[in-house]
Design a protein around this ligand. Structure first.
Ligand code: NZQ
Ligand code: ZN
Length: 391
């Protein structure tokens, strides 16, 4: 196990009707003038936005709204938010929604006190030194942004989708998590969220770091829980307990718990980010296509950890032939994704002829010569993985 620092100071307020506490939580964490950030309207239609804003008024907070954040959020909305927040003297960001809304709120939080262009943080030319505090009311378990210090934004010019990782500055002060709020999710979004959280675990699980028994077992146990609860949610979308389990899995999948002490991989995510940047597909659906392709590649190049996953999570019988075991894991993972209604190749994702040259070109531009850690992939190998995803 490697040395590590684990610091995860977010207060999670979990359960039925917890959104009623939002105003008190904002006040407790020092908010006085709040920018409420939300998406394309699901929280308006469900009445959640109204209920949350009522709690702000009850404790005497002033607020302004920024709606219209789109999935795969873009820089222009961030600029709009920074300008609005400065004009209104905002001192707290409240995200009501999913990863796209939270990530936009985080970008605004970092951008308001910064004199330069907020994109510098994503381009890697500046470091976030300070940021306004962020709070979250989560409506979709998926990205894990409610418990992470990360944010991912797409720059419209050049369609560059880049992530920013901070240890502390952008971790939400609190996250309100009421599983009932996820009952209204369309089945496809539920499935995409489930896929995303599974892959957040696998990005940590696929490591060469040795003696990470606790990390491995946390990953395997959480994956088993997700798969079991996913079947229940698929059959009964308003099963509170199953939704609750899935929601918490989404948080621990990405708040660092599963990966402490391990070198993490993240190649699959970077391969996918180029797809969602270029084609605007849902991140979780893009991952359902890329991860089986990545695992298929690993079956013939570096199958050990994939074979361990096969045995411990997918019940594949142990054999001498690790490649065969790894390929069996791929088959079972694809079967599960298909059952959930997810695509497992480019065609099913709605992309008949992916522009692989362009995907590799942008990947190289954004990430350099090598990708990932489990195996440091060359751009030619990344091309092979994109080609495997066509099958
Ligand atoms: O926009 P509205 O109308 O709210 O609808 C949203 C959106 O269309 C809808 N939705 C959310 N909650 C709902 C609901 N519909 C009905 N009922 C509800 N309760 O779901 C759609 C997707 O929302 P979005 O926020 O885009 O989903 P998600 O949480 O999956 O976030 C995806 C974004 O997060 C990034 C992804 O790349 C993508 O841009 N990621 C962020 C990470 C992070 N910050 O750490 C890590 C991830 O790996 C990921 O890259
Ligand atoms: Zn993800």
């Amino acid at each position: 196990m490697n040395n590590f620092v684990f610091y995860s100071p977010t207060e999670f307020v979990f359960g039925r009707e917890t959104e009623k506490q939002t105003g008190q939580l904002v006040a407790r964490y020092g908010g006085r003038r709040v920018l409420v950030v939300y998406g394309g309207g699901s929280v308006v239609r469900s009445g959640l936005l109204q209920r949350v804003e009522d709690t702000l008024r009850e404790v005497g907070l002033v607020y302004v709204e920024l709606g219209g954040v789109q999935p795969n959020p873009i820089d222009t909305k961030v600029y709009e938010g920074i300008e609005l927040a400065r004009r209104e003297g905002v001192d707290f960001l409240l995200a009501v929604g999913g990863g796209s809304v939270i990530d936009t709120a985080k970008a605004i939080a970092a951008g308001v006190p910064y004199e330069g262009d907020f994109w510098d943080f994503y381009a890697g030319t500046a470091k976030v030194e300070k940021a306004l505090p962020v709070g979250v009311v989560l409506t979709i378990p998926a990205a894990g942004s409610e418990g992470s210090g990360n944010t991912v934004i797409t720059k419209v010019e050049g369609l560059r989708k880049l992530g920013l990782r901070t240890v502390y500055e952008l971790r939400p002060r609190f996250a309100v998590m009421n599983p009932e709020l996820t009952f209204t999710l369309p089945p496809f979004q539920t499935a995409c969220g489930i896929c995303d959280m599974m892959i957040h675990i696998l990005e940590r699980y696929f490591t060469n770091t040795e003696e990470v028994e606790i990390g491995d077992r946390l990953c395997e146990g959480t994956l088993l829980a997700i798969i079991r609860e996913a079947y229940k949610v698929k059959q009964h979308p308003d099963d509170y307990q199953a939704r609750a389990n899935i929601m918490w899995c989404g948080t621990i999948a990405h708040n660092g718990t599963c990966g402490v002490g391990s070198e993490e991989d993240w190649a699959s995510h970077f391969l996918e980010h180029e797809i969602s940047a270029l084609y605007g597909v849902t991140h979780g659906a893009g991952l359902a296509v890329m991860v089986p392709a990545w695992m298929t590649f690993m079956a013939s190049h570096h199958p050990e950890k994939v074979a361990q996953l096969a045995e411990r999570v997918f019940g594949v019988p142990v054999s001498e032939d690790k490649e065969e075991m790894a390929l069996a894991a791929v088959a079972r993972l694809k079967h599960f994704f298909r059952y959930m209604g997810l695509p497992v190749n480019f065609r099913e994702l709605g992309i008949e002829q992916p522009d692989i040259d362009e995907l590799v070109r942008k990947l190289h531009e954004n990430k350099g010569d090598r990708l990932g850690n489990y195996m440091k992939l060359t751009m030619d190998q990344c091309r092979e993985i994109y080609e495997l995803a066509c099958r």
